[in-house]
Design a protein around this ligand. Sequence first.
Ligand code: ZN
Length: 454
Amino acid sequence: MARSSRRTRAGSHRGDRPSIVLVLAGRALVRGRLQPVEIAIDDSGRIASIGKNRSGGPRHDVGDCVILPAATDMHVHFREPGGPSEAETIGSGTVGAALGGVALVGDMPNTRPPVTDLESWQEKVARIEGRAAVDMLVFAAPTDPRALPSLARHAGGFKVYLAPTTGIDEPPSMEEVPALWERLAELRLPVSVHAEDPTQFSADRPPSSPVGWNAVRPGAAELSALDRMIRSPVGLRLHAAHVTTEEGARKLRGAGLSFEATAHHLLLSDRSGTDARFKVNPPLRPESERLALWEAFRRGEVPILASDHAPHPKDTKELPFDRAPSGVPGVETLLPLMLAQVRAGTLDLGVLVAAACERPARWLGQPHGRLAPGHRAHLIVVDFRERSTVSGAKLASPCGWSPFEGWEVVRPRELYRDGERIVDAGEFAGRSAGKVVRPEYALGEAAGTPSPTL
Ligand SMILES: [Zn+2]
């Protein structure tokens, strides 16, 4: 966690203007157009100023390459503690994030044991310190009412599962949900919700393909659960995870609630593959539904992009469909897949940056995600002329597979964490000095979790 005193505000520069440690020159989006810019980064790892002819520190000129804020992926499952190490660790997961241009991940609580009280939160944080390549925000599951006050002073957010999923067998019933919202509203942390109503699932036949899985857990189950969310109390900072239907997106927008769509629900349909590598919760939808969600995303009507990175071991995804676990890896491919869409002319860069970088960081109360003075210098450098394809075997995740095998991607060349280059020429080349962060608007102080201040 410690950073060298040279780079902290409490160091030798106390009282002085912070000194410039790097001037990054390249092109960036300014008022919707790519223009030459220079970004001066100070010794606290913040953006000091943006403009032309910055001076005062060593210069790094990336020429025609594009400088963007690094992304935030607010929905990952790194499987620690308790997961099989051949699937993922916090170390491999955060390196994959860095290589994919992601500087902050929101890690979900359905580990073994799940993060449901202070003790399990501390166990996870102890695993993060010194091992995470990028920052992590730790979500907790509000399953134990007695643990909520202490969790609210430490965790980064709450995750509520309205349907059974990996590691969560007993979600609250739909009748219990209103009281849960009331309790969470007092705690002032962001709340992400897995919105599927299990009473709308059908169990007629064991599913044998993604088409069958969509029939078992239909879009109607999502819409039913979203209706519960929309009736939540004012003041609850609520966000729907992995929305799969355009109608759901429209409802949430109308209610002013935050939500995300995943790369797999935006780019894959229930006909993209026939085996369990394409089994996810909620399921991949028919092509017409996927296309409607994609068009909404392209119009900027899906506020947040996330991966729901769930790196199951390859052998478990080779099981018969009905016995295989649900979930796909995605933190490393999330932004590169979408940057390839930008290069192809099918997605606007400004729309992507808002959904992948700006809004998720803001929703989680973090001072980054925009090229703005005072923001932490979590930045990436992208060369749109460099194209490559997804190879599961080459991902940082030891799971070794991807539902996007062979898809074209644009990988960031460089990633800066607090102004320090940790990805260089597309390779991880930094320290594992990621921090555990909490929303700046959260209540109270948490020992051992430095919360960034502007
Ligand atoms: Zn998830």
